[in-house]
Design a protein around this ligand. Structure first.
Ligand code: APR
Length: 311
């Protein structure tokens, strides 16, 4: 069987880490793309990573490029292209700039990679995945955004620390948009099957929920010169692996909703089955009125962001 081709659009911090993880997991051959000014960088990164595969004896080929032709026929695309928010830049300014970048990426993806399963990471995530889907016209099963796996992993980390248990035994569920209005769900968050509502007092759960929602900002404040990239890359690779190996993992991700959870026409974080068919199914769980109200509020924020794209 031919090896999968994995196109990584954006060769910055997350892009480099994606290339490394794709090689380590032998998911396929990765092509790391960035705009022309950075040609040396992507080729340099991928050559360095390729040499690490020799150390471990892994079988993967890697290359860097600034030419979309080299991405032709990609099976998976993971998109991190964009600019970060700079001091003095409003959220709307950022949306406008990154919408322009995403349009360019989407036009090229449509031309060169029409069969790809695409995972968007660029922020503001819920708006960028919307723009990508709109411009490419790809099936909504073949387009999704990475946020829920990352946000849930952050919550799992905090719970494991709080209870002094292995993070392997913690499963958290975070739904909604990727931002201040995300919806961590303690009722569906368990330690070896036991809901954390049975294990932690209300105020500790509230503190963990808040820290989860602020999880990206906490890292930005610590790093000072950028945003998180190890955990975001790991999260997207988990999604790509589930697609390429048809694992049918149930992973929270920004999926296109067509009436599920009473929402239509937006990409919002929900649990979904990812397999060879892409986003094969959105898993619907019964929410309480309070939980649904939080999700509806989050949908409102996502709709505002989408409006700001002007698409
Ligand atoms: N096509 C491809 N790549 C582009 C384009 C474009 N049109 N425009 C910009 N880029 C590249 C930049 O040159 C840069 O190398 O996107 C890369 C982004 O990398 P970083 O700035 O290092 O950002 P990173 O930390 O990788 O995060 C990428 O993911 O989590 C989000 O908020 C984060 O939106 C950001 C994205």
């Amino acid at each position: 069987m031919a090896r999968a081709k994995i196109g990584l659009i954006g060769g910055g911090n997350i892009g480099g880490q994606l290339a490394l993880l794709a090689a380590q997991k032998e998911l396929g051959d990765a092509v790391l793309f960035d705009i022309p000014q950075t040609e040396k960088m992507t080729s340099g990164k991928t050559l360095d990573i390729l040499q690490s595969t020799a150390v471990y004896g892994q079988s993967a080929s890697l290359s860097g490029t600034t030419d979309w032709k080299d991405l032709e026929g990609s099976d998976v695309l993971i998109i991190t292209a964009g600019v970060p928010r700079k001091p003095g830049m409003s959220r709307d300014d950022l949306v406008k700039i990154n919408t322009g970048i995403m349009k360019d990426v989407a036009e090229n993806a449509k031309k060169y990679c029409p069969k790809a399963f695409t995972i968007v990471i660029s922020n503001p995530l819920d708006a960028m995945v919307y723009v990508y889907h709109k411009i490419t016209g790809f099936s909504s099963k073949k387009v999704c955004g990475m946020a829920g796996v990352l946000d849930s992993s952050r919550m799992e980390t905090f719970i494991a620390e709080e209870l002094g248990v292995s993070v392997a035994d913690v499963t958290a569920l975070v739904m909604g948009g990727h931002g201040d209005s995300m919806v961590p769900l303690p009722r569906f968050t368990t330690v070896a099957g036991v809901p954390i509502t049975e294990l932690l007092p209300k105020e500790r759960i509230e503190a963990i929920v808040k820290r989860t929602a602020d999880g990206g900002g906490e890292i930005v404040n610590l790093l000072k010169t950028g945003s998180a990239y190890f955990a975001p890359a790991a999260s997207a690779i988990k999604m790509a692996e589930s697609y390429l190996r048809d694992q049918k993992r149930v992973l929270p991700c920004a999926a296109y909703l067509n009436g599920e959870y009473g929402i239509r026409g937006y990409f919002i974080g929900v649990p979904a089955v990812i397999g060879a068919g892409g986003v094969e199914r959105v898993v619907e769980i019964r929410l309480t009125a309070d939980e649904q109200a939080l999700l509806d509020r989050s949908r409102g924020h996502v709709a505002d962001l989408v409006k700001a794209t002007g698409i």
